[in-house]
Design a binder for this molecule. Structure first.
Ligand SMILES: NC(=O)c1ccc[n+]([C@@H]2O[C@H](COP(=O)([O-])OP(=O)(O)OC[C@H]3O[C@@H](n4cnc5c(N)ncnc54)[C@H](O)[C@@H]3O)[C@@H](O)[C@H]2O)c1
Length: 258
């Protein structure tokens, strides 16, 4: 079997975790790295056996599958170019897909070019259940995100609900929460029906996300408490692990889960 060439756009915390994991995957032969801050790609390439740092064009031409872990702006800049080149794409900055016209263009192009766009479940769990449930009627989906007041930029002594509304408004008011709310909305009942609660709680040390849903399937409750990524304390480690799991899914002949 020919080996797969991976391209990574964004060599920060998640991009580095994925690169290190991909370096150990026997199916992957080369890893092209691009970062707007070129020294980050250079530094990461020196830690890898299969790493090649370069510009976006060489990555685009060489890679079979491209992993984005950069920014929403990077998705706007590169995603359509990647699909135009008939490459599969994994997007971490899922908040970018709140832009419905971008999402529609990507969906149409991917269909035309027979490419896949993967959106990892990131820092939440329960996305598989929401996807399966969504085949029939789902009446309600709620995301409850709980963080310490400090991590939400507040000084509070008691548990306080800072936001209670729909996902579309939550991502405007709390942009750091955007990827989780966007992933859940896209998997289930959309940005205007998915409810979001953001809670500041002085008792908690780590971020947690709880998904509650009910519908024709029954009732779902999935909760995760996240430890921070050692490479970026503002990001959850589970986000990197889900990115690596998605890459494995993309190259694995056996697909598990809804
Ligand atoms: N889906 C999820 O659940 C989830 C969870 C955490 C983070 N994220 C998103 O994933 C992305 C990466 O997160 P991270 O923690 O690794 O961030 P990070 O800040 O550690 O790394 C981002 C890297 O991308 C580079 N970059 C930024 N814009 C770029 C561009 N236009 N072109 C090329 N490189 C660019 C930066 O220089 C940086 O090295 C962010 O957009 C973040 O919001 C998603």
């Amino acid at each position: 079997m020919d080996s797969i060439t991976l391209g990574i756009v964004g060599c920060g915390a998640i991009g580095s975790d994925v690169a290190m994991a991909a370096d150990d995957m026997e199916e992957i032969g080369k890893i092209y790295l691009y970062d707007i801050e070129t020294e980050k790609a250079d530094k990461l390439s020196r830690k890898l056996e299969k790493g090649i740092a370069g510009n976006f064009i060489s990555l685009l031409k060489s890679a079979d599958i491209i992993f984005e872990a950069a920014s929403q702006e990077a998705v706007r800049q590169y995603a359509e170019k990647i699909i135009d080149e008939e490459k599969d794409l994994i997007i971490m900055s899922i908040g970018s897909l709140l832009d419905e016209s971008l999402l529609k263009r990507l969906r149409m192009k991917a269909k035309e070019k027979r490419c896949k766009i993967y959106l990892p479940s990131g820092a939440v769990c329960g996305i598989d259940g929401i996807k399966a449930a969504g085949v029939d009627v789902v009446n309600e989906v709620t995301l409850v995100t709980t963080k310490s007041p400090a991590s939400l930029g507040k000084k509070l002594e008691k548990r306080t609900i800072l936001f209670d509304g729909i996902a579309r408004d939550a991502v405007k008011e709390f942009p750091k929460n955007i990827n989780v709310a966007a992933c859940l909305s896209l998997a289930g009942i959309g940005f205007d029906k998915t409810k979001v609660k953001i809670v500041a709680d002085p008792v908690v040390k780590y971020n947690s996300h709880k998904i509650l849903a009910h519908g024709k399937f029954g009732r779902l409750r999935a909760e995760v408490e996240n430890l921070p990524n050692p490479g970026n304390l503002k990001s959850s480690y589970l986000a990197s692990l889900s990115a690596i799991a998605t890459l494995k899914r993309a190259i694995n002949p056996i697909q598990i889960g809804a």
